[in-house]
Design a protein around this ligand. Structure first.
Ligand SMILES: [Zn+2]
Length: 300
């Protein structure tokens, strides 16, 4: 690929800092200054919008029918934001509205933003939700409007996460909470390498690397998401391992069955939690992480 096709880092703005990563078929690049990892070259907004129109619906319909993430949503709504009381909550990339419908049942005044027209219609029709079809900028919400803004496995799909965070900072109240769940590249990158080695052993028939590892437009590590939040002007934040979704949301291992898969995922999660606590919060190695952030100093 020609040098001219390389993208610059969205935060450091210098293409000379970008290095290609060997794993992920050379499709990912890393900024040596801030650690941000991203797909390079980046697909256009139109390409991404087309992708979600077709594939997004199918993936999330699977989740919707089997309710794999409901447990994580309840876990977040119960202890994490209990102290904030009821208020105005925005879910960016609200999909079919399952999380918002749970929040609404608990008394939150809920709003959603979603690119997929099908998903918006489903959320409006089935849960009576207020969902805007488009992106955050187009929605034009007032400043200091929301008590809580959530992004469930969405930020790594956006074309410019820094711009998203800056937009959110505008519409979030001073004492509001920003919550982000996203894959942790410290786990995903390593598991991809292990999967690739396994695939080579079986001449590519296993396709394990793609089943055990995810990467989208951006791939975040604990330190790169912390850097990005700082650059966007969020003053405090806390990172945690995120509990795994139940069962097999993407039908990657149908032969294992939900019970065995749950046992494997939960055992691994407990090991990651043990490592996190023994290292006094320094080692975050779970497959997914949760980020709690705010504009003003506060405890999460
Ligand atoms: Zn950078």
């Amino acid at each position: 690929m020609k040098k001219a096709e390389w993208l610059e880092c969205i935060t450091c703005r210098d293409e000379r800092l970008i290095k290609r990563l060997k794993s992920f078929e050379g499709s990912l690049a890393k900024c040596t200054e801030c650690g941000l990892i991203f797909r390079n070259p980046k697909p256009s907004y139109e390409t991404i919008k087309e992708y979600y129109k077709d594939d997004y619906s199918n993936i999330f319909l699977e989740e919707q029918t089997k309710n794999y993430r409901k447990g994580i949503f309840r876990h977040f709504l119960a202890p994490s934001i209990k102290d904030k009381g009821e208020g105005r909550l925005l879910d960016v990339g609200s999909g079919y509205g399952i999380f918002l419908s749970l929040a609404k049942d608990l008394g939150w005044e809920v709003y959603g933003i979603e690119l997929s027209e099908d998903a918006c219609q489903f959320a409006r029709k089935n849960f009576g939700l207020n969902v805007f079809c488009g992106d955050l900028e187009e929605a034009s919400f007032p400043k200091d409007h929301f008590d809580v803004v959530t992004l469930w496995n969405v930020l790594d799909h956006t074309t410019n996460p820094l711009e998203q965070l800056l937009e959110i900072k505008q519409i979030l109240k001073d004492n509001g909470l920003l919550f982000i769940r996203l894959p942790n590249f410290l786990f995903q990158g390593k598991s991809r390498c292990i999967g690739e080695a396994f695939d080579r052993l079986f001449f590519g028939h296993t396709n394990l690397s793609r089943k055990i590892s995810v990467s989208h437009l951006y791939a975040f590590t604990p330190s790169s998401i912390a850097n990005l939040l700082e650059r966007a002007g969020f003053s405090t934040f806390r990172l945690k391992n995120s509990p795994p979704a139940k069962g097999d949301p993407y039908c990657a291992f149908p032969f294992l069955g939900d019970i065995l898969l749950n046992w494997i995922k939960n055992s691994f999660f407990i090991s990651c939690e043990l490592l996190y606590h023994l290292s006094l919060g320094k080692i975050l190695w779970g497959p997914s992480m949760e980020v709690f952030a705010s504009k003003k100093e506060q405890k999460f």
